[in-house]
Design a protein around this ligand. Sequence first.
Ligand code: SF4
Ligand code: SF4
Length: 199
Amino acid sequence: MNNIKYKCMKCGTCCFEVHGSLGKKRIPLYPEEVNELIKLAEKYDLKFNVIEDLVFPDILNQKILVLTYRIILDNENQCCPFYKKKVGCIIHNEKPLACQAYPLALKRIDAFRFELSIDPLCNFVIERYEELKNIDLEKLKIIFEDEYPKAEKFYRKNKNLQFEIRRLEVENKIKIPREIEINNYNTFLKEWEREDIII
Ligand code: SF4
Ligand code: SF4
């Protein structure tokens, strides 16, 4: 255990859609990252699409507040458009925070809470799952020496976004319902304007 050191196997699995019972792959992006990736997609002449991911309905202003998006993996290979066979990620130095931190990830507990986790879909993690599944924070920092600071930044950024939502609520600038009927929520999603939350 003490000798484990994370090294990416460059298999590319994390850039592809997952299949089966595990649901859709989430490669989360902040709104400002979406803007940067749109420019990069234009530069490389790639089709790049995102969908909203973490959103809150603001019933005071009748708006959908968008905290994060995720990349749509709908090309013929069902992978991120910036992934190229034999090369891997072609925007390695400019890739989003979630990809920089990977295989460390943020697991959503509910709309307002996240926790740092290790993504069990990474092939390095799969190979060493038994050794990694119960590790404490100190060991995690050692094993994922380069990724941990990025994951911390990722975590802080999410926390700050949540604080921003709470700040706006306290100042009565927005109102986020804690419970909402699914039919109402779907109507709001369909009809209301969007506003990105950028901090
Ligand atoms: S940005 Fe790069 S690392 Fe991230 S999913 Fe796309 S190809 Fe993979
Ligand atoms: S799945 Fe894990 S080992 Fe494979 S490329 Fe992604 S981070 Fe590297």
